[in-house]
Design a protein around this ligand. Structure first.
Ligand code: UDX
Length: 464
């Protein structure tokens, strides 16, 4: 991190991700870690409910955890009647609780200088202002996706979309089906739609806009954003040890919301026993729920590909696996309920990632040079999949049949194409190119682009 006015004072930054989704907590945690490595004090804030299930591995003990209430301390999001109730309570109770936390930290000699908050929590800016704090909004999803949402707020993108193709600044021509589903299915998920639109309600007042992307990856749209806001590309938020493949140095910060059925070491030693580039890794992130029919098609597609596979099937999904599948494929496959994904993707045995295209999974795969078979489900994933295939050239999208299912033959064919086919050659070449560019972006040290300045409020020891 850049300049800090008072040489003797260590800046203290509060980092507030959207609660519950690993896809939001993970990148902000990794960013916190980078700040710490620059000598900044960083405190990660989760909700009271989440703090009971989050396992934070922090070998150095340097990252602090604090909690606020989202109004649902016993059950979190699942306890709320509906998304509307959760989001409005999170805002009202969360604002008050955050203000109390800032006061408490001030009173106990750990005053806050700045807040970095998830773009899904724009109300944080009001709390930051109440205390005269510097504020940065952190966008965890791609710049392309966020710019689509932004253009929907300004009316440049008219909703509902009636044209077959959409042309927006800095983006390729997009078919309606390639737009985030909150936009293409306008009206279907009103609470989530309002939330993504609200990301921009006060963006002009924020000190910095941070994006989990890197310049080469989304040049045109980053240039477009930089014209309006003080934008910093801080991605990819991948620890450099994975980019260097120094995975044996396991002293990393990690966060887990799910129990791992096998120890991470079992997963890694299974991968160690497989030839280079031979394993298909399958994961649909922390939320997606596939139907039993789709699970069966994936299972049969994997089996028919005859490749080794490591498949993350979360506990609630296990019952959807075809009978005896695990036993029948014991020689070829390992099924786990959760794994250390970055470590897995960094492993040289990986040859293909079958993913739902959650933004973190895409960014991790691309940064670690693993070709993708894209099976997007909804929201931003469809747009990410478009970029994977047509813009970054690091993968192939599978096709849905009339029932909205991806058939086993498409999965088998897609895996073979990525791992062995003619198209796969180009994809693998691009994957290496992007890995190198991502490594360069991390080496450039994106945190250096943020210059944190502090002023005195006259109470440097205790603040408010
Ligand atoms: C959510 C949305 O679904 C996604 O569309 C959006 O882009 C981000 O928020 P999620 O579905 O969880 O995220 O997917 P993703 O963004 O890929 O994040 C999953 C995270 O969990 C990744 O950082 C991945 O490394 C981690 N993970 C996943 C593990 O550590 N272990 C696993 O077994 C699976």
């Amino acid at each position: 991190m850049g300049e800090i006015c008072k040489p003797n004072k260590v800046a203290h930054v509060l980092i507030l991700p959207f609660p519950g989704q690993l896809g939001h907590i993970n990148p902000m945690l990794q960013f916190a870690k980078r700040l710490i490595s620059k000598g900044v004090k960083a405190t990660l804030v989760t909700t009271i409910f989440l703090s009971k299930s989050v396992t934070l591995s922090d070998p150095t003990g340097s990252i602090r955890l604090e909690t606020i209430s989202d109004g649902f301390d016993q059950g979190g999001f699942a306890q709320a009647e509906n998304p509307e109730t959760y989001l409005s309570t999170l805002k009202s109770v969360g604002s008050q609780s955050l203000a109390n936390l800032i006061k408490k930290l001030g009173e106990t000699g750990q005053p806050i200088d700045a807040i970095i908050y998830d773009s899904f929590l724009p109300w944080t800016l009001d709390v930051a202002k109440q205390f005269g704090l510097l504020a940065a909004v952190f966008f965890t999803q791609s710049c392309a996706v966020n710019s689509i949402y932004y253009h929907a707020t300004t009316g440049l993108l008219k909703l509902p979309v009636e044209e077959p193709d959409v042309s927006l600044p800095g983006l390729p021509l997009l078919k309606v089906s390639e737009l985030p589903s909150l936009v293409s299915h306008y009206g279907s998920y009103p609470a989530w739609f309002d939330m993504v639109m609200s990301q921009f309600c006060n963006i002009d007042e924020v000190d910095w806009v941070l994006v989990n992307s890197f310049y080469e990856l989304e040049k045109e749209v980053v240039d477009w954003m930089s014209k309006s806001w003080n934008t910093g590309t801080v991605g990819p938020t991948i620890p450099s040890m994975y980019l260097d493949k120094r995975v044996e140095n396991n002293k990393e910060y990690g966060i887990s919301l799910f129990k791992q059925s096998l120890s991470p070491m079992t997963c890694m030693s299974w991968l160690n026993s497989k030839p280079k580039g031979s394993v298909v890794y399958v994961s649909f992130g922390s939320h997606a729920e596939l139907g039993a029919e789709q699970m069966a098609e994936i299972a049969m597609g994997l089996k028919a590909s005859n490749c080794y596979f490591l498949w993350v099937v979360r506990e609630p999904e296990k019952c959807k696996l075809p009978n005896n599948f695990k036993e029948e494929t014991r020689e070829k496959g390992l099924i786990v309920s959760w794994c250390p994904q970055m470590e897995v993707l960094a492993h040289e045995s990986l040859g293909c990632f079958v993913t739902h295209c959650g933004y973190n999974s895409v960014l991790e795969s691309l940064s670690l040079g693993v070709p993708i078979l894209a099976m997007p489900q909804w929201i931003d994933q469809v747009t990410n999949a478009k970029y994977v295939e047509d813009v970054w050239g690091v993968g192939i999208r599978v096709l849905l049949d009339e029932e909205g299912i991806v058939g086993r033959e498409f999965i088998e064919h897609g895996i073979k194409e990525v791992m062995e086919g003619e198209r796969g050659k180009e994809i693998r070449k691009n994957a290496i190119k992007w890995k190198n560019l991502a490594t360069e972006a991390v080496d450039e040290d994106p945190t250096g682009s943020i210059h944190l300045q502090t002023i005195s409020d006259g109470f440097d020891q205790g603040g408010f």
